[in-house]
Design a binder for this molecule. Structure first.
Ligand code: ATP
Length: 348
């Protein structure tokens, strides 16, 4: 069992606020991803849970027990960092075994535990190699095995895939998801990569400038972003955002007229996803010259400029036109997202 509760947790350094009033309960066995741009407070939040950083305010509870004053080693959490920090002089076997020795675990159980952990991350063949004789992905797996061997109730992972190439990332990502399930552990995973977040998480916490912007399942966050920050951070490409005006239920901006919206008159920010739009030669809601065309294989991405915004729509893969040709983009009303022009908060 490991339920983690953060209650009003903040971290300040002088006047600078790294994490601001973080409130969240992470369920036993949940896979929670902290997502946000560099400097938003993800690592600091994680370090406070691990006990490597003291909160300035608030309480951290594990299974109902306040752990603020517990040393990291007494918290039953195992952390995997982006830099693997392996011992260069120890072979893979001894690296994986290290936490057991440090924690005084009964020596007669070491071999079995190390073999089990190394098998889980498919390192059995490499046990006698030194870290310098391994690839980046293999070293990363040693770091994972070293966390697994402790059989913790909580895994904290800070960008564990950031040093891997694209292909290894995908396979190691799948392995992490599977491991967390198999070990029945509660996992908190930090990343700035929204695809990693969406594929791994039961729930995602989107952070910016130390403040939680939204907590929800990947689908919630994709379908109903709470504000323009979340909207512009999630999705590939990110949601299109156009500043304009509502008058009599119609949204207008340069090149743009979308009737039939339920919103009161005044300035507004309208959002839509490239994949929800359709592209034709004429008759749609946005009529503008093509700024650029990208052939993606399964589709053609068409972009136009609306003021300072670059707006993309997904066309059929057979769609062909030249830069500068007029194009027409249609957005179904129920795929229009409306945000307050000033605060960026979602309306409705
Ligand atoms: P990244 O993805 O770049 O690792 P992050 O979201 O993990 O970013 P944190 O490492 O949590 O960000 O840092 C949050 C903010 O707190 C940053 O602006 C950082 O500069 C600041 N910060 C972190 N540690 C300290 C410290 N010891 N003293 C002062 N400011 C700090």
């Amino acid at each position: 069992m490991a339920e983690i509760k953060l209650s009003g947790v903040s971290k300040r350094w002088g006047a600078f606020i790294g994490v601001n009033k973080f409130d969240l309960t992470i369920a036993d066995r949940e896979f929670l991803v902290l997502l946000g741009p560099s400097g938003c407070g993800k690592t600091t939040t994680m370090r406070m849970i691990a006990g490597l950083e003291d909160p300035t305010d608030g309480e951290i509870l594990i299974d109902g027990q306040v752990v603020n004053d517990l040393e990291p080693k007494d918290r039953d959490v195992a952390m995997v960092f982006q830099s693997y920090a392996l011992y260069p002089n120890l072979n893979v076997y001894e690296n994986i075994r290290f936490p057991l020795r440090v924690r005084g675990v009964d020596a007669s159980t070491h071999n079995e535990k190390v073999m089990r952990a190394s098998a889980m991350v498919e390192l059995d063949e490499f046990l006698h190699r030194k870290p310098a004789e391994l690839s980046g992905g293999q070293r990363q797996r040693v770091a994972l095995a070293r966390a697994i061997v402790r059989e913790p109730n909580v895994f904290l992972m800070d960008e564990p895939l950031s040093n891997l190439d694209a292909k290894l990332r995908v396979s190691t990502r799948a392995q992490i998801k599977n491991l967390s399930h198999e070990l029945a552990a509660t996992t908190i995973y930090v990343t700035h990569d929204q695809i990693e977040a969406m594929t791994l998480a039961d729930r995602v916490v989107v952070m910016e400038k130390g403040i939680v912007q939204q907590v929800g399942s990947p689908t919630d966050i994709y379908d109903r972003p709470a504000n323009t920050f979340v909207a512009s951070f999630i999705g590939n490409p990110a949601m299109n955002l156009i500043d304009g005006e509502i008058a009599g239920g119609a949204f207008t901006a340069k090149h743009t007229n979308i009737p039939g919206l339920k919103a009161k008159d005044g300035p507004i920010t309208l959002g839509f996803r490239a994949e929800d739009a359709t592209v034709t030669a004429e008759g749609g809601h946005i009529n503008a010259p093509i700024y650029t065309l990208e052939l993606l294989g399964d589709a053609t991405m068409v972009s136009v400029r609306i003021g300072s915004a670059l707006v993309s729509a997904r066309a059929d893969k057979t769609f062909r036109a030249e830069i500068g040709d007029m194009v027409s983009i249609t957005i179904p009303q129920d795929h229009c997202h409306l945000f307050d022009a000033e605060t960026g908060a979602r309306l409705e």
